[in-house]
Design a protein around this ligand. Structure first.
Ligand code: ADP
Ligand code: MG
Length: 227
């Protein structure tokens, strides 16, 4: 759609810039993280301050890594993958966090899913971002339902939560860099996810009802054996 196209152009400008900065920040940051840890073990007092420094540095590191996803074509490895497997492995990864927050994840895979040419780690990252958002939208716990099915030439992965939902006027802002409503959010998860799905020639759409929940659809094109 038009909207998605505009969004992706916005990303490429931001992406190029951000990736350049992220690369430059990476090395000094790695040194800082190491030396703060070293100092903590050498100094008897101030442990609390070192912990704060470590966790803040971890946060910077996380943001930098998110940005690096945008521009690393040399690392992207496209392979034929069984998507049911990829999905179930991702759910297993996120499940511990979900259970701790009283969130139950159920999965329904409607038919044997045809294979998809994808970078498994990147797709996992998208699933994790989406699942984390759903978990974070349900501070009192709840259910996440994941459905996977074939529709025309796509596999659709549908993530349905019963969280607080998103006001209609804010939906167009999803995927904008740094758009977050969370105190500790980065506003990068959806931007990175859109970018990854776009690199896979897929699409992502989000619908939501305030107070009822949010549904995220991720469409990935089925790979024909001729390709
Ligand atoms: P972050 O999670 O760091 O805030 P994201 O890019 O992942 O950044 O999400 C951006 C914003 O979109 C969130 O801050 C939240 O307001 C909204 N959002 C995304 N997914 C959901 C969801 N499942 N339920 C409610 N709000 C959501
Ligand atoms: Mg997020």
């Amino acid at each position: 759609s038009d909207e998605l196209l505009i969004k992706s152009e916005k990303l490429s400008v931001v992406g190029q810039l951000a990736a350049g900065v992220a690369h430059e920040i990476r090395n000094p940051l790695t040194a800082l993280i190491g030396f703060v840890q070293l100092l903590k073990s050498k100094v008897d007092n101030y442990g609390h301050y070192f912990d704060i420094m470590s966790s803040e540095l971890d946060r910077i590191n996380f943001i930098v890594s998110e940005f690096l996803v945008i521009s690393k074509p040399q690392v992207v490895k496209f392979q034929i993958r069984d998507m049911a497997n990829v999905l179930m492995n991702t759910v297993a990864l996120v499940n511990t966090k979900a259970i701790m927050q009283d969130v139950e994840i159920t999965v329904g895979i409607r038919e044997p899913l045809p294979p998809v040419l994808c970078d498994e780690n990147q797709i996992k990252q998208v699933f994790i971002n989406v699942l984390n958002n759903s978990i974070e939208a349900m501070p009192e716990g709840g259910m996440i339902r994941i459905e996977a099915f074939v529709r025309e030439s796509d596999i659709v992965f549908r993530f349905i939560d019963e969280g607080q939902g998103i006001p209609e006027e804010r939906i167009p802002r999803l995927g904008e860099p740094f758009y977050t409503t969370k105190e500790k959010g980065t506003g990068l998860g959806l931007m990175v996810s859109y970018k990854i799905i776009e690199n896979h020639r897929g699409r992502m759409s989000i619908t939501s009802e305030l107070g009822h929940g949010t549904t995220v659809d991720i469409m990935l094109p089925i790979t024909r054996s001729a390709e």
